[in-house]
Ligand binder design. Structure first.
Ligand SMILES: NC(=O)c1ccc[n+]([C@@H]2O[C@H](COP(=O)([O-])OP(=O)(O)OC[C@H]3O[C@@H](n4cnc5c(N)ncnc54)[C@H](O)[C@@H]3O)[C@@H](O)[C@H]2O)c1
Length: 336
């Protein structure tokens, strides 16, 4: 049980990211000794700033593509939370097609290989609903056929396969989490999410908003804090060698509704929406999905907030943070 594994040394890859930094903080609160390994490519040092002075917190700035570094960092670690990845699902024509291969598959291989070398026996891996692609079955159960339509989804599925093989060959107990869209107060340095993208665009021009796709894309959203609570719960209660679970809530929310919510939260009315058209927002976007979360429910856990409430809380939190620091919220925009 997580609660009795106090003082265990854990490694959080991608721990300066939006979810990873909240996870690192939650682990410290549970008395773990936490090392974060992050290259700050999309994460920010500000996300972990308040943890830096903590006696049980260690920050290593470095790249998972450096196997020697990953291996050195792994010494003494008892469990890994592997969240580092290229988090941006979008592929823009002209982008390198091996970016996700490197940042997801090769990086994950290095984590697993370093775990093997140091006999680390527990792993939580941040996968994604994007592994399913466009599923005929909705809501999508974990045993649905995976036919990813993005390089991001394809390589995350490849990572899952590597985790499965290492888990079986080297007795690593693993939890693979297929996240819904995770939202919260933090925003990335690059790779805007829908909420931060809308906020930034409306700050730039409060009279109009460009919405990618036809606005009818509908996806599931989960608060970062609930995502972390769900991970902890599954690690405590799912005891197979390899555990694969959807982590989200049971409904979905349309993109145009999110635009309405952002505009209202910013005190704007009569915003002129322009849709770029098409079912998906960009090549590789899965326009509609709902996750079947009954496996988590059977374990005894379900999200408290539905998608609309999660998005509402995240909008307020991002606006509060942005107002307090006068920062840009979006990082690099996704191209329409
Ligand atoms: N946010 C979501 O909606 C969502 C949905 C599904 C899955 N996920 C997965 O959850 C994880 C965390 O996502 P997030 O939203 O917090 O993204 P994020 O960009 O905020 O966090 C990813 C972190 O990994 C770091 N990183 C990337 N490549 C690295 C490398 N080669 N070496 C070291 N560090 C590296 C980045 O600097 C960043 O801090 C990712 O694996 C992502 O694919 C996120």
């Amino acid at each position: 049980m997580l609660s009795i594994l106090v003082n265990m040394k854990v490694l959080v890859t991608g721990g300066a990211g939006c979810i990873g930094s909240d996870l690192a903080e939650a682990l410290l609160l549970r008395n773990f000794e936490v090392t974060v390994l992050d290259n700050l490519s999309s994460g920010k040092i500000q996300h972990v700033e308040k943890l830096l002075g903590h006696s049980r917190f260690h920050f290593v700035q470095g790249d998972l593509l450096d196997l020697d570094l990953v291996s050195r960092t792994m010494a003494g670690v008892e469990m890994v939370y592997h969240l580092a990845a290229n988090p941006d699902v979008k592929f823009t024509p002209g982008d390198a097609t091996d970016k996700d291969l490197q940042q997801n598959i090769l990086a994950t291989y290095h984590v697993l290989e370093a775990m093997r070398l140091h006999a680390v026996k527990r792993l939580a891996f941040a996968s994604t609903s994007a592994v399913y692609g466009i599923s005929e079955v909705q809501p999508i159960p974990e045993n649905a056929i995976c036919r990813p339509i993005s390089l991001y989804g394809a390589t995350k599925l490849g990572c899952e396969a590597l985790v499965s093989a290492f888990s079986s060959l080297f007795e690593i107990q693993s939890w693979i989490f297929r996240f819904a869209n995770i939202v919260g107060a933090k925003v990335r340095k690059r790779g805007r999410t829908v909420i931060s993208d809308f906020i930034q665009r409306l700050r730039d021009d409060p009279s109009r908003l460009t919405i990618l796709g036809n606005g009818r894309q509908a996806k599931s959203y989960l608060l970062a804090e609930e995502c972390i609570a769900g991970m902890f719960y599954a690690i405590e209660h799912a005891g197979e060698r390899l555990n694969i679970v959807n982590l989200g809530c049971a409904d979905s929310l349309r993109v145009t509704r999110i635009a309405d919510m952002v505009a209202a939260a910013m005190g704007l009315s009569g915003v002129d929406y322009t849709y770029t058209g098409g079912e998906g927002g960009w090549p590789g976007d899965v326009p509609r999905f709902m996750l079947d979360v009954s496996a988590m429910s059977l374990l005894g856990w379900q999200a408290r907030c539905n998608s609309e409430r999660a998005v509402e809380i995240a909008i307020q939190a991002i606006l509060r943070t942005a107002e307090a620091s006068q920062i840009e919220v979006g990082g690099a925009a996704c191209k329409p």
